[in-house]
Design a protein around this ligand. Sequence first.
Ligand code: UFG
Length: 327
Amino acid sequence: MTTILVTGGAGYIGSHACKVLKQAGYTPVTYDNLVTGWQDAVKFGPFEQGDLSDADRLDAVFAKHKPAAIMHFAALSQVGDSMKDPGTYWRNNVLGSLTLIEAAIRANCLDFVFSSTCATYGEQDGVVLDETAMQAPINAYGASKRAIEDMLNNFGASHGLRSVIFRYFNVAGADPEGEVGEFHRPETHLIPLMLDAIDGKRPALTIFGTDYDTPDGTCIRDYVHVMDLVEAHLLGVKWLEQGKPNRVFNLGTGTGFSVRQVVASSANVTNRDVPMTEGPRRPGDATALVSGSNRAANELGWSPSRSTMPQMIADAWRWHQSGHYDQ
Ligand code: UFG
């Protein structure tokens, strides 16, 4: 069986990726430092605890498992945090990825699927966000991911590293079979925080900013189901296996939802009120981020099937109610 090294395989998206990799006949080896991941989420293949910054440990893991490709999810990913502590983001995400890439090259493991973000586009009023849009991140998180994209391109030219880069829009939902789901510590994402407020685990959801230049004054995002997202990663591995060229793909549905629309949909799906208050803007938040590209559908054959807002909330709610990872 072909082995794939999955950095961040104990995290939200990485654990779902391991599930689909295993279902597709691969062996996913999780490499994770468990700072934000959970060992309980490593269910689909071997686990190797380690840090991205630990070159010796990475060398040992490459030598032991001989992966054919890497899916690189491990990263700090909170926009707000990245504005308060950019150094930690640059060190962990950028230096960590450099250490990983150099270890991969030493091991001659040259197929690389990378988890990037629409946050690399920044704030671009009226611009269609397809893969050719200018990248002008407005937060340190997005800047760190853009730097890694550059790094992959540089090592592609110098060492033949082959990459598929996915720029995610907002990932939501959970494995419908309930084996893995969304969890972050601390939680900062809209949908899980809202579900917490709905069932009384938090007093209320705070809407960050109601004076944006949008129809209802709240930020607009493009939400994609985590299962659809990881299916795209599988297609990315196959793309590289087939010797196709380095490529960047947006992963979003092309439909934007405001924070208030997400709140309304959650109230509908759960049939409960959403306790909420209105607060100031969160530094680093762009007004609207919606994918303007069909490249993943046209070229990879990606067809997201669960990425409707009610489906994402229903799957997230089922996971939420299962009590996994409650602290
Ligand atoms: N929001 C609130 N209240 C909250 C939490 C979030 O109003 O308590 C708002 C945010 O201001 C934003 C929207 O809900 O407008 C979504 O916020 P999230 O924190 O759920 O997601 P982000 O858009 O900040 O970031 C996420 C990922 C990033 C990724 C980005 C792309 O965390 O990794 O999507 O948009 F880059």
